[in-house]
Design a protein around this ligand. Structure first.
Ligand code: 2AM
Length: 485
C-alpha cells in the first residue's frame, strides 16, 4: 500500500495543478481530485508525469482516506456555492481537527461564515489568498492565510515552503488573522492592482496620445522607470508590452480593443470601502474607469457629438515625462495609503489583529503588485506599528513633498488636453483634501440644516453639541431627528 499523503488538493484547473506541482517539488506527498475525474488522469499523464509523490484519487472518499491525520484539504475551485458544495461533500468523511483550506478567490464574508460554521462542527477552516497567477502558483506565490488560528501550525511549514521569498529568504506568507481576513487582504491586494493598472494606463495615454511617442520610445521610458522608485512587476510587464510586435512589425497593443474586463474583486473593494466609510477613491475610480471603457459603442457615438480639445501636450518633453513619473509615484503612494486605511478600518470593524508590515512583506514578492516600494511600506509599519496613515510616515510625506510639483503639473496638462486621468487626479484631490485643516463641509452642513433641519456643530462651541437654525424664518425651530431628506 502507498504511504499516506501530507495534503490533498481538489480542483485541477491551472492554478490548482501548479500548486500541486509546487508542493511536490518541495517534497510533499499530495493527493489530487477533480469533479471531472478524467482531469485527474490527464494531469497525472502530463505535467505530473513521473512525479511519484502526486497521487490521483477518483472519489471524495478515496481522497479523504489517502491522507494522514489531521487531514489537510485544499480547495482550488470556483468561488461561491461550489466551495460550500465541496465542504458538504467532505464533511461526512472528516474527523474532528481536520482542516479545509479554501485557496480560491472567495468573498471574505463567505469565509468568515465558513470558519464559524465549521468550527461549530469541530472542523478547522482557512481561507487564503493566493496571488501571482499561474506562474506564481508554480514557482512561489504570495499566500495570505486567515481563519481558524488553530489551523495555522498544521500548514505553516508547507505554505511557507511553497511561497515566494524576499531576498533575505523571508517567505511571502504569514498568518493574517481570524475569520475572512486572509481573503480580505487578498481582496484589497486585487483592488490595489486595479489602481496600479489604471494609473499606468493613464500615464501611457499621456505619453501616447498627448506626447505622440511611439512604442519604442515608451519602451525606453518604462524601462527607465523600472530602474527607480517605480521598480515593480507591473511597470516591467508594461515595458515588455510596449516592445511586443506582431509579425507585421506593428505593436500588438495598438490592435487590442480598449474595453477592460473585470472579475469583481475591485468592485468588492469599492463596495466594502463605501460600507466602512473609508475614502478609497483611487481604486473605486479604477473600477469605474473599466466600466466606462466597456461602453465602447456609446463612446464612439459620443466622440462624434461631444466637443473637446485637441489631445496635444506641448512643452519640454523630458520635463513632461519626469513630471509624469512623479505623478505616478505620488498617486501610487496615495493608493496604497488608501488601501491601508481600509485595512485598518476593517480590522476595527471585524475585530482582526492585522500586522500591516507583514502584509506589505507578503505582497513584496510573488504577487502581481510586487514592487520595491512595498519594502518602504514594511519599514514604515515596522518603525511605527500604530502609524495612523502611511502618508504621515516621514519617508512618504517627504516623497510626496518632492513629487507634488510634477504631479500637479501633470494633472493640469491632462485636464488642458482633455486626457482623462481619473485615478491620478482622484489621488491628488484626496491628497489635497486629507492635508486640509478645513474643508467646505461646513457649507454642506448648513445646506442640510437649511432644507432638512439636520443640525450642525459649531466651531465656537464644543464638538458634539448640535444646533439648528431657522434659516428662512418660516420653517420653525424643530430639528430633524426622525427623517432624512
Ligand atoms: P471541473 O474541471 O470539473 O470543471 C476551476 O474551475 C475548478 O473548479 C475546476 O477544478 C472545476 O472543475 C471546478 N468547478 C467549477 N464549477 C464546479 C462545480 N459546479 N462543481 C464542482 N466543481 C466545479
Amino acid at each position: 500500500m502507498n504511504p499516506k499523503c501530507d495534503i490533498a488538493l481538489i480542483g485541477l484547473a491551472v492554478m490548482g495543478q501548479n500548486l500541486v506541482l509546487n508542493m511536490s517539488d518541495h517534497g510533499y506527498r499530495v493527493a489530487v481530485y477533480n469533479r471531472t475525474v478524467s482531469k485527474v488522469d490527464q494531469f497525472l499523464n502530463s505535467s505530473a508525469k513521473g512525479k511519484n509523490n502526486i497521487c490521483g484519487t477518483y472519489s471524495i472518499e478515496e481522497l479523504v482516506n489517502s491522507l494522514t491525520s489531521p487531514r489537510k484539504i485544499v480547495l482550488m475551485v470556483k468561488a461561491g456555492e461550489v466551495v460550500d458544495n465541496f465542504i458538504n461533500l467532505l464533511l461526512p468523511h472528516l474527523d474532528e481537527g481536520d482542516l479545509i483550506i479554501d485557496g480560491g478567490n472567495s468573498l471574505f464574508s463567505d469565509t468568515t461564515r465558513r470558519v464559524e460554521e465549521l468550527a461549530s462542527q469541530g472542523i478547522l477552516f482557512i481561507g487564503t489568498g493566493v496571488s501571482g497567477g499561474e506562474e506564481g502558483a508554480r514557482n512561489g506565490p504570495s499566500i495570505m492565510p486567515g481563519g481558524n488560528s488553530e489551523a495555522w501550525p498544521l500548514v505553516k511549514e508547507i505554505f511557507q515552503a511553497i511561497s515566494a521569498k524576499v531576498d533575505d529568504g523571508t517567505p511571502c506568507c504569514d498568518w493574517v488573522g481570524d475569520g475572512g481576513s486572509g481573503h480580505y487582504v487578498k481582496m484589497v491586494h486585487n483592488g490595489i492592482e486595479y489602481g496600479d493598472l489604471q494609473m499606468i494606463s493613464e500615464a501611457y495615454d499621456l505619453l501616447y496620445s498627448g506626447l505622440k511617442l511611439n512604442h519604442d520610445e515608451m519602451y525606453t521610458i518604462f524601462d527607465e522607470w523600472n530602474r527607480g522608485e517605480l521598480d515593480s512587476y507591473l511597470i516591467e510587464i508594461t515595458r515588455d508590452i510596449m516592445g511586443y510586435k506582431e509579425e507585421d512589425g506593428k505593436p500588438l497593443l495598438t490592435k487590442i480593443l480598449d474595453r477592460a474586463g473585470q472579475k469583481g474583486s475591485g468592485k468588492w473593494t469599492g463596495i466594502n470601502s463605501l460600507e466602512l466609510g473609508v475614502p478609497v477613491t483611487l481604486i473605486s475610480e479604477a473600477v469605474y474607469a473599466r466600466s466606462l471603457s466597456s461602453l465602447k459603442e456609446e463612446r464612439l457615438e459620443a466622440s462624434k457629438i461631444l466637443a473637446g480639445v485637441e489631445r496635444v501636450v506641448d512643452g519640454n518633453r523630458e520635463e513632461i515625462i519626469e513630471d509624469l513619473r512623479q505623478a505616478l509615484y505620488a498617486s501610487k503612494i496615495v493608493s496604497y495609503a488608501q488601501g491601508y486605511m481600509l485595512l485598518r478600518e476593517a480590522a476595527q470593524e471585524y475585530n482582526w489583529h492585522l500586522n500591516y508590515g507583514s502584509i506589505a512583506q507578503m505582497w513584496r514578492e510573488g504577487c502581481i503588485i510586487r514592487s520595491v516600494f512595498l519594502e518602504k511600506i514594511k519599514e514604515a509599519y515596522e518603525a511605527n506599528s500604530g502609524l495612523k496613515n502611511l502618508l504621515l510616515d516621514d519617508f512618504f510625506a517627504s516623497a510626496l513633498k518632492e513629487s507634488q510639483g510634477g504631479w500637479r503639473r501633470t494633472v493640469g496638462r491632462a485636464v488642458a488636453a482633455g486626457i482623462p486621468m481619473p485615478a491620478i487626479s482622484a489621488a491628488l484631490a484626496f491628497y489635497d483634501g486629507y492635508r486640509s485643516a478645513t474643508l467646505p463641509a461646513n457649507l454642506i452642513q448648513a445646506q442640510r440644516d437649511y432644507f432638512g433641519a439636520h443640525t450642525y456643530e459649531r466651531t465656537d462651541r464644543p464638538a458634539g453639541q448640535f444646533f439648528h437654525t431657522n434659516w428662512t424664518g418660516e420653517g420653525g425651530d424643530v430639528a430633524s431627528t426622525t427623517y432624512e431628506v
